[in-house]
Ligand binder design. Sequence first.
Ligand SMILES: Cc1cc2nc3c(=O)[nH]c(=O)nc-3n(C[C@H](O)[C@H](O)[C@H](O)COP(=O)(O)OP(=O)(O)OC[C@H]3O[C@@H](n4cnc5c(N)ncnc54)[C@H](O)[C@@H]3O)c2cc1C
Length: 453
Amino acid sequence: MDRMNRIQDIYRPVAERVKDRDEVERRLAAEEAEGQAARCRDCGIPFCHGAGCPLGNLIPEFNAAVAAGNLERALDVIGRTAFFPEFTGRVCPALCESACTGNVHDDPVMVRQVEKFIVEAAFEHGLVKLPVAEPNGKTAAVVGSGPAGLYAAEALRRKGYAVTVYEKHPKPGGLLRYGIPNWKLDKSVIDRRVALLEAAGIKFVCGTEIGKDISADYVRRHFDETVLAIGTPNARDLKIPGRDAEGIFLALDFLHGAEMPGEKNPERFGARGRKVLVIGGGDTGNDCVGKAIREGCASVLQVEFMPKPPETRSPSTPWPDWAYMLRTSYAQHEGGERRWNVSSKRFVVENGRVAGVEAVRVEWETSPQGRPLKPTEVPGTEEVIEADMVVLAMGFVGVPAEGLVADLGLQLTPRGAIVPDPERHVHAVGDCATGASLVVRAMADAKRVVAGL
Ligand SMILES: Cc1cc2nc3c(=O)[nH]c(=O)nc-3n(C[C@H](O)[C@H](O)[C@H](O)COP(=O)(O)OP(=O)(O)OC[C@H]3O[C@@H](n4cnc5c(N)ncnc54)[C@H](O)[C@@H]3O)c2cc1C
């Protein structure tokens, strides 16, 4: 077979996908997956695996298996390092692809798509089974059921612990379910995995907040190990004048539950017919743009305080580092506008409702390699950006000191991350331990911590 080029567009057509809530990416067909996996070069030093993947996935090995049409081997290889490739296969920014040797020649291998192909084909063929674990006579509680909590639970089970997962929301999944929209990760994918974990003996207790409904110290005393995986629930707010006006929401309130089959957000979060302003240019902001478009907004503008990154890899992040460069997500292809260097100063309020934002342009002093260092407001660039709905998507700032953390007498770092207390068998994994990050990093952190128990 001739060597395939990288498939450049794996998305369903925009006109079709904005009318539904289904996943925006299509799946590779078997021949495509084989051709894409065969693009993996025998590059000697697989930076994808070492510098790229936090889980240490054996990427060249699973590519070789897929290229040879050997699904069982591919599944076996991926299963050695990753428990939930169906999550990363959908939402990972693919640090491995940024590290791929293909970047030096033409285009990187579609590692994430190959990963998704393996796990989905394996589910279809009934090949996904969890290994049987010999009980070790010990118990473990996992608090929080996002990717870190789920990963820790499965890792503990494989070590023989009897595992109970506590989750404050009605269903497990953390931000996989209540943050990331259905069109990036269909919620049935989480249900399918949780059903497997339950069948393997992991107990899920949902709708129970530890530190409120049950004392965290009670949990600690009743289990041999307690693993905290509570994420970073505190969103960064924009406390400028006018913040209390109607129509200004935090991103997670806007996104929460809206895109799950059978669930609907309260009417006041609806963007239909609205002029929406999304403040924040990251993943969360992108998903808010995607939601506003699907709801039929009149317009959507996404503004970012930071400057526009370069169109190609910045010299500050040479290959195989994760490239600092402009990224355009699925949502930006669906519509709306983006602007950079925008600092919001004050909300304009009319009759109690937001009517816009007074903003000013900032310019950035940069390092010799082009990284932004220090912003300065540019006099005379003040403007009013009109909007009758504003969504704040400016990241997350750590864990609250009250509730669970206070119950357990734990310390927080200056950035609001939990300091674990291994002597009392209390551990912390994922975003609550590292700060808000990525699904793959949350799982890799859980893997590292449980490996040490
Ligand atoms: C909108 C959005 C889009 C994103 N998109 C991507 C993406 O495309 N790719 C990517 O890699 N990452 C993405 N991320 C980041 C990613 O979702 C997080 O890094 C990841 O989910 C962190 O996992 P976690 O398990 O540490 O925490 P979380 O997923 O936050 O899970 C924590 C869980 O703990 C529960 N909990 C908290 N306190 C308690 C308590 N006291 N008792 C019981 N339960 C409790 C919470 O309800 C929650 O279920 C996105 C984040 C957001 C908000």
